[in-house]
Structure formats: C-alpha cells, structure tokens
Write a protein that binds this ligand. Sequence first.
Ligand SMILES: *[C@@H]1O[C@H](CO)[C@@H](O)[C@H](O)[C@H]1NC(C)=O
Ligand SMILES: *[C@@H]1O[C@H](CO)[C@@H](O)[C@H](O)[C@H]1NC(C)=O
Length: 859
Amino acid sequence: MAFVYSLYTLLCFLLPAAMFFPEPRITWHQTEVSLTHFQEQGVYNYSTLLLSEDKDVLYIGAREAIFAVNSLKISEKKHEAYWKATDEKSKECVRKGKSRQTECLNYIRVLQTLNENTLFVCGTNAFHPSCDTLDVSSFTLAGKNEDGKGRCPFDPAQSYTSVMVDGELYSGTSFTFLGSEPIICRHSQQGLLRTEYAVPWLNEPRFVHSDVIRAPSNNPDGDDDKVYFFFTEVSVEYEFFNKLLIPRIARVCKGDQGGLRTLQKKWTTFLKARLICHSQENNMIFNVINDVFILKSPDLQEPVIYGVFTSHLNNVGMSAVCAYSVSSVEDVFSRGKYMQSATVEQAHTKWVQFNGEVPKPRPGACIGNEAKAMNYTSSLNLPDKTLQFVKDHPLMDDSVTPLGKKPKLVLQNVTYTQIVVDQVKALDGNTYDVMFLSTDKGMLHKAMSRDTEMRIIEEIVLFPDHQAVQTLLLSNKQNKRYIYASSNDEVIQSPIAFCEKFTSCAECVLTRDPYCAWHPSKNSCVEILLEANTDRLLIQSLNGDSSQCPDSADKGIQESKRYSVKAGSTVEMKCSYKSNLASVVWTFNKESFSVAPPKYIVNNALIILNVTESDTGTYQCWAQELVMSNVFSQLVIKHVLEIEKTPPPVASTTPPPSTRMEGIMETTRFYVVKKEKTTKMSTTTTTTPVVTTSVGGVTYLNNKITTPTVPVLGEVFSALPNVEKALYLTNNNDCSLLIILVIVFFLLFVILLIYNCYKGFLPDACLKYRSALLSSKKKSPPSLKDCEHGLKETLVEKGCTENQCSGTVKAPPDTGYETDADCVNGNITHKEDETTEENETDQPFDVKCEIKYADSDGD
Ligand SMILES: *[C@@H]1O[C@H](CO)[C@@H](O)[C@H](O)[C@H]1NC(C)=O
Ligand SMILES: *[C@@H]1O[C@H](CO)[C@@H](O)[C@H](O)[C@H]1NC(C)=O
C-alpha cells in the first residue's frame, strides 16, 4: 500500500521540475518563404506519399485519386488516376450503417513500388479494401480489384502501416469490418503469413510505422533481414486501473515461412518489446508513439531508430524524441528474457519474467547459424517446443532503452505527429542529425543537437489553417533535398533550409544552421550542399561566432529611416528582428536610455509620445542574443527623428563620450553594444577580463561577466542600463511566481491528502481518524473498489470504458487472451468477474493495485 501511494504521489505531485524547453529560434510564415503547394480541386485526404528519386516524381495517394507530380516542383502535375468506390460497394457500405460522405469512399492507404514500371495500390474502397496495380507510364489502374483484407484497413479512421520488401508487402492493420482484429502480416506468392489473433500478440494496437533493416552481408550469425513494426498498444503486462498504453517495437524475420503444425501460416519469429522514452530527471513518461523514422546511412555503423512520443500519463501536452540503436533492439530480442503469463491466485493473470529453460533453437530467432547447425533450415521444420514457446511468449521482459538513456528532445505544448531525420556534414567536418518534426497544428520544427545542446533552428508554418500534418517525407538526393508534408487539404514542398533569407554574414552565422554558410564573394548566405568544393571560402560556425565575418559583409542589415514630425505628435519606430530568442534594446544618440512609460512604449516598435525638441536625434535598435553563454549584439535599424521646419542638429553631431558605466546589473547577462565609431580594442583588453572581438556591427563577448564597472570601458562601450531592466522585468517576477506556485502546490497537496484520507489510501492512523469521522455517514470499509475508482478518476484518461461506467466497478479485465466485447475469436466469458466479485473485497488493497510500470525502469 505504501508503494501504491508513493507511486500515486509520484505521478500526481512530481510535476515536471523546472526544465529547459528549447524554443524555435525563427518562425517562418508562409508569406515569407517559398513553399510549393499541390492541391486538386475537390480532392481531399492526401494521406500517402511515395517518392521516386531517380524519376524525380512524387506519387500522392488521396481520397479516390492518385497523382504523379514533379518532385522538384510539386505544383506541376504529371499524371492523375481516379479510383472511386463503385456504386454497388458504396450502397452496401451505407446499408451497413456507414456514412456515405465520409466513410463509404475509397481512401488510398497503400502506395508502394512493385517494380520500375508498376506501383502497388490499396484503398479502403467503401469498407471493402481492395488492391490494384498502377502502370506508371500510362498511369492507369489494371482493374484487378484484389481483396485487400489485411493489407489495408476497412475503416479510413483506423491506423495502418505497410512496407514493401523484395516484392512482398508487410502490413500492420485490422483484418475485419469492425476493425477489432489487429494483424501484422505478409502477402506473398506463398500466401498470407500473419500474427496469431490473441491478446498477448497484439492488443488494440495503433500502428505508426514499419520498415526493413537489412542484415549486414556475411554477418557472423548468418542472420536474416528483419522487418520492424512500431505501434502503441494496451498493456497486458502491467496491471493498471484502466487501459495503460505502451509503445512497442515488434519484429519478424524475412525468411519466416510459418510452422508446419504449430503456428501454421503464422509468424514463428514475431517478438515484441517495450520502447522506453522517459525523462528520469523530470519524471516524465512518454507512453504513446506517434511516428518513427529509421536513419540508415552508409556513414553510420548501424541504423538509428528515431521515434516521436507523446503521453497519456502525467505530462499531457508534451512531446519527446527518443532515439534507439538497432543493436540495443537486437540485444533485447536475441538475448533478452521472455515474459510469461502466470496465474497468480484465482483467475488472476499476470505477466512475469520467464525464468525456466528456453527451448533450442531460440524461440523467435531467425533461421541463422544456430538453427542451421542443428539442421533446421526453415521455420517449417522447427521443433514444436520452440514454436509452442514463441506462440505463448511473444513479449520480451527486457525493454529497449534510448541512446543516452533519455529523450533527445522534450517540448511543451506541442504534439509531434511525424518525424524525418537528415544527416548533414557541416563545414567543421562533423556529421549532424537534423530532425524535422511536424505538429498536429501544421508546423514543422527543425532541430539539431550539438555538444549536448538541443536547439530548434527554425519552425515553418506549413499549413496556416493549423491542419495536422499527416505524412512527412524527406528526399535525400544530394543537391535536391526537400521536405514533403501532406494534410487533409493539400501537399506542401519545403526546402530544408532558408539560408538565402539571411542577408548579413553575422545573421547567417548566428542561425547556426548546418545547411547554411556565408559566401563572402557572392555576399550571400548559401546552402552548402549546393556549393561545390568551396568549403574553404565559406564561413560557418555552429557556435554562432561570427568573428570570421568580413567587415563589409554587414551592411545589408543596417537601414536608416528618417522621420520629420510636428512637435507634440507621436512617432512609431519599427524594429523587427527574426530571432525569437533575441531581445531588442534601443539607444538614443548612441547612449542607452530608459524606455519607460508614459513617454515611451515598447513592443515591436518604439513609440514616442509627445515629441519635443529634446527627442530629436538618432535612435538605434539592437538585437541581442545569448548563444552558448556569449552575447551577440547586432544593429537592426537606425531611425533619425527631427522636428518639422526647425531641423535640429541630428545624427551627424557626435554625442559627448559617455563615461557612465551603470549598465551592469545583478543579472549574469551583460550586454555590450559597440559604438559605431571605430575604436581601438587593445586598450581595454589589458585592464579587464573581457576579451572582445568585434566585427561589423557585432560585438562578440567571450566571457560571461558578472563584475561591474570598468571605467576604461566607458570610452569604448556604452552600456545599457535601465533598458535592460525594462526588458527583463520578469527576472524579479520569477521569484514571486515561484512562491505562488509553491503555495498552489501545497494547497493541492493538502486537498489530495484529505481526499486520499477520505478514500482510504493512507496508513492506519489516518484510516482510524477517518473512520471515526465518517462512521456515522459511510459504512463501506476501504476496499479495492475505492482504490480503483479513486485512481481512475485522478490518473488515467477521462474517457470511460464499459467496465468503468457500469454501475458496479468490476475487477480489472482478465488480461489473458481476451479483449473487450468486440473480441470475436473465442468465447467471451466474464466468469471471473462474477466469481471474483466476492473475493475482491477480501483481497488486500495492494495486491490488485500493484503497478509494475512506473518502477520497472529504475535501472
Ligand atoms: C478527410 O478530409 C476531410 C476534410 O479535410 C476531413 O474532415 C476528414 O476527417 C478526413 N478523413 C480522414 C479519414 O482522414
Ligand atoms: C545434420 O545433418 C547432417 C547431414 O544430413 C549430419 O551429418 C549431421 O550429423 C546432422 N546434425 C545434427 C546436429 O543433427
């Protein structure tokens, strides 16, 4: 009981501690960047994309239509083919109670290359899945109307995945009209090879991805190619009050042919394991996998599996990326322990580690050297013992842990839907993995990590109407890399970088995008993949250090605007800088000044009210950005203000040199803006610990400074006093916010404590107090029912299952080979429910509520 309570506390109270969530540095709106669109009038649900890189063609599967477009410019349509559900099928579908407008249509769900001239296509076809072949040159369907059962879902709303491996289609989908029978299968000349229809094999899975990983040629184990499936399913192994979702990886071997008697026409190599994506420091568990990308590259020793996760547990609204090495996955399958369903007490099935003797050859292993040495050359002649074992033990006890034992990226208020990963060789000679992550709100994030620092270089608004991104695809050609994204309404082609948007060397370098570098002779920011062998000329520095930039290169950014206004009027001076991470600081006649109301208002612009003679002069807007503990300042724009008819002496007159140095405050951030007037640096470096190098309008400060006032600096720099205070007001507010938070949490704690006490979750002392208090009002003793009920309410999803909603709370559903009511394969009995009803109350609280899930990853 103490255990359950502590777990409960853990999940409920230990909300993510203060954590750093990267913010996209730059946001590109559709109007700013050139994205290419494809959209056909009256056609929706562009859900499948297939790229033919050598033909430069992108195939698009939509609702009742297939298109071929130019992959370098997708607005250029090459071919189209329409495949509508027939009237007959459509009517039949409507008769079965489905919607004519949304469900009884043909949604293309499978689009795969069969051979050079043929595509393999399947569609839901009004709840009557069918497959066909498409001739690429004539772009016509063959009209085969093959039964698509097992290759394509019936219901367009259901999850699906498929991959074509050597002409054979591997798919994960549902097998029946009702969608209740999940299946992972292979269609080939030899017929269908599939998963056993049993809860331990697949339990309400939501498929997200599948892919093949080839065994290295002449590998020592004589291993086979393997096909991996990724999905989220309902856990059988963890007893939870409600359905607990678990992210899984499953795999089968390409050479599998099923068993002869046992597991006839079923996989003999189907094994699955749990994928872990936890952040231990913050106690965040990501238990729903949304998409996977397997990075395969000749430069890599082994492929890397990237997955995006969200959570249905304690950290709703967060997303994470976890990466796994294929060898860690293989270790689990080829050396890990199996799980076994064990009967504990009456009719109460639990899954525990199997510690008995494992038959040989190893169950679920591909036919490799081990099996061959024992004269088993095919899965068909594997011994019954091995087959029976894998039939009963498809689940591994070991889980797959991510590289680095934690997520690569955790983000708040974002639901990532899809991921693709590119590798780029930067000019520093290192290869970086750049992740492209799409969200359910139509955004695309581009993230990379370097030196343990994870950054989101930029975000792109792909779909301004916040449509969810359905499919994401990366073209991998050396010189023509694009991202393709589809939604219900359109397909978008986006460049992988927007280097040309940066007009100065400093900006180009500060973006720290491994695809971009400054080209001094072209005087522009270029994409390095498009530049041939000019590496030495290009300037790129992934730590943001622009000291290599030539002096002249920074002219581009400096604009000057002149305002001539009447005395007493209001002036608005705009200053916009692309970086979301930069803060803006204003100087007046090259000195910092306090931009406080009522005289000034600062937002995206500086607004000066009631202009007087003394306001005339030069206003400069500086963007300052903290990059790896260095601060970069950059002049964004210069405004010159004068009063009409009486032109006062303005910018040309140099202001008196400032000797003040009040700009350094308690914050560790120290901003130094170099005066435009060229001054010598050498005098200062000797007297201060500050080593500055300055190029163009950018000052590069090597050390974090916390010590104030070095008078010598006054000549050289004008620091920024109160401006900073105005801009960083939040510094002081942080503390009070924290106190409020602490109070709120304390109150929450007290409320929950009282609630728990009331519900009977707490130790005896409390229970006594409670019963004393409640004895007259409530009779029932603390029981399992209370436990289940209370935890359900507080923890897991809001939606309720039939079990929960029925008047009496039943025992947790038996986790053996049965699903809920839609289970069709066996006799459904809820016998346990009835027979155990009386026992329940006798059982001690912690037996039923014991949860293995949360503590199982302590290692
Ligand atoms: C198809 O697209 C329409 C229009 O955007 C959308 O409302 C519907 O939910 C989509 N259907 C499926 C199955 O994705
Ligand atoms: C396998 O078969 C070969 C030849 O058929 C035989 O020589 C060998 O002893 C067999 N090995 C085992 C382990 O049965």
